[in-house]
Design a protein around this ligand. Structure first.
Ligand code: TEU
Ligand code: CA
Length: 508
């Protein structure tokens, strides 16, 4: 199969707007800030920006609690700023992909405010209400049900109680959502990242959450009613994906999504009970098996996404690398892997300069509600972890590791803002920043630039998109060696041999 969609040769860059660049000095990143940094992104060589949610929101979960899907959050700017971002990006051959949260809204969304007025309100059935609750738990801790005194009913929320789940079994909800997507397509957006999309087909009463009975049918229907074509790039966040469902979502004939984010290579050493808050030691052989399974399993079937970081994950150089002794080498190694496999690579802001996890923060320094809820549940209520065990774990896996201000320079607040930033910064910004790495031949940033260029260079681009993946010496406990090969006219045209951070391209 020839992989011919434009996004199969694209590199996507994820921006967390709140922490990228603050243009008006209120301590919060914004759309004008992104516009000011477009030249930097063009220079890096990326094709698409995935924008984390910028819709109107009370920001209980940093925008993953949407109060109005048609309006821009004031803290990020205006719709005019957004339109300008589209225009200015286009000038630099950069496309915009929106992050969209469809499993739930904010409890401040008009639909929910109506929904809780009374049981006969026409929006009541937009959400999931029950007279009795079952024992389902929220991902952010505690019960997944919150009682409403007025209605004497419980509403269901997979995440925080300020994030009520939409009732996808209501056709009106599904049509509203198609309308929202069409609105953004008309604005010139070329893609969507669908937040926790594998939860939308759930059956609450049977306690089926991810991969529910109606999931694929709802995705097909949504596509048919909104973006329709393969020209629009779509990626679904699917923590519960298996290789089989990965194929189901992304095979072109299914007319569902371009690709999904699967998390096996991230979560394989999470604890059964405590999940990410307690991890087994990293095992390279297991990691290699997972990468091989997805690389070979989706070959000629579906399409992979490639990532080691996002706004929910700790910094990859701190997880997989050695940020102390081998900071530069391990960050480059990760870049090499991220950008040489089959699939569409995603780079999370700051990954390209080797930003690391934060250190020695007090609980009160963390802003993420997941961290505070987990502390209450795991330390205070259930006593499954001591306070110091928990703090150590937060340092390793807390989401705020990814959310500190982008390190642009060695100026105040790493050049992210001149005001007090909304979240404490990482104190290693004097060493780790863009200014130190830009136009510096051996820097991590330059390595990313070179890898992106190589990958997109027309001479090699089909090797990267189509070439077979083969792992060598799978059971070697320390080395990860693999090749990408492509046969043209019965001879190997190219082989990439990735061994540690050396990338060798051989032409036969
Ligand atoms: O994440 C889904 C999700 O399950 C994460 O919360 C993840 O499991 C968690 O960080 C691991 O402990 C998406 C968004 O990416 C995330 O930012 C949102 O908070 C969440 O959905 C709710 O919308
Ligand atoms: Ca600002």
């Amino acid at each position: 199969m020839k992989n011919k969609q434009w996004w199969q040769q694209a590199v996507i860059y994820q921006i967390y707007p709140k922490s990228f660049y603050d243009s008006n000095n209120d301590g919060i990143g914004d759309l004008q800030g992104i516009i000011q940094k477009l030249d930097y992104l063009q220079n890096l060589g990326i094709d698409v920006i995935w924008l984390c949610p910028i819709y109107q929101s009370p920001m209980q979960d940093n925008g993953y609690d949407v109060a109005n899907y048609y309006e821009i959050n004031e803290m990020f700017g205006t719709m005019a700023d957004f339109d300008l971002l589209i225009v200015e990006s286009k000038k630099r051959k950069i496309k915009i992909m929106m992050d969209i949260v469809l499993n739930h809204t904010s409890d401040q969304h008009q639909w929910f405010l109506e929904s809780k007025k009374n049981k006969t309100n026409c929006y009541h059935d937009y959400y999931i209400w029950r007279d009795q609750r079952n024992d389902l738990k929220s991902i952010f801790g505690g019960s997944a049900w919150t009682f409403n005194e007025d209605l004497q009913q419980y509403y269901f929320h997979m995440f925080a109680d300020q994030q009520p789940d939409l009732n996808w079994d209501n056709e009106k909800v599904r049509l509203e959502i198609a309308k929202i997507i069409n609105f953004w397509v008309t604005k010139g957006v070329v893609g969507f990242r669908f937040d926790v999309i594998d939860l939308i087909g759930k059956n609450i009463d049977k306690k089926i959450l991810a991969n529910g009975p109606n999931l694929h049918q709802y995705i097909k229907e949504l596509r048919a009613n909104s973006w329709k074509t393969d020209e629009i790039v779509t990626v679904g966040e699917c923590w519960g994906a298996s290789l089989e469902t990965g194929i189901q979502y992304s095979k072109p004939q299914a007319k569902e999504l371009s690709m999904i984010f699967q998390f096996e290579h991230i979560a394989f050493n999470y604890d059964k009970e405590l999940n990410k808050w307690k991890k087994d030691p990293f095992d390279l052989v297991t990691f290699k098996k997972i990468i091989t399974k997805w690389q070979q399993g989706l070959q000629n079937q579906g399409w992979n996404s490639l990532f080691f970081e996002n706004h929910d994950l700790p910094r990859s150089v701190s997880v997989f690398g050695d940020p102390h002794y081998f900071w530069s080498a391990s960050a480059k190694l990760l870049a090499g892997v991220n950008l040489s496999l089959q699939g569409t690579p995603y780079i999370y802001q700051g990954q390209e300069i080797g930003m690391t996890n934060v250190k020695n923060w007090a609980l009160s320094d963390y802003q993420d509600l997941e961290i505070h809820n987990a502390y209450k549940e795991l330390v205070e209520e259930k006593k499954l972890l001591t306070a110091s065990e928990f703090m150590k774990s937060v340092e390793e896996v807390g989401r705020d590791n990814a959310r500190t201000g982008f390190q642009w320079s060695n100026e105040l607040n790493a050049g992210f803002t001149t005001a007090k930033p909304w979240i404490k910064g990482n104190d290693n910004y004097l060493e780790i920043n863009v200014e130190n790495q830009i136009n510096t031949p051996n820097s991590i940033l330059s390595f990313y630039q070179k890898m992106i260029k190589l990958r997109k260079d027309t001479q090699y681009s089909t090797l990267f998109s189509d070439g077979d993946f083969e792992i060598i010496d799978l059971y070697h406990p320390q080395l990860m060696i693999y090749t990408r090969k492509q046969i043209i006219k019965n001879y190997y045209s190219l082989v990439i041999d990735l061994q540690m951070s050396r990338i060798i391209i051989q032409i036969f």
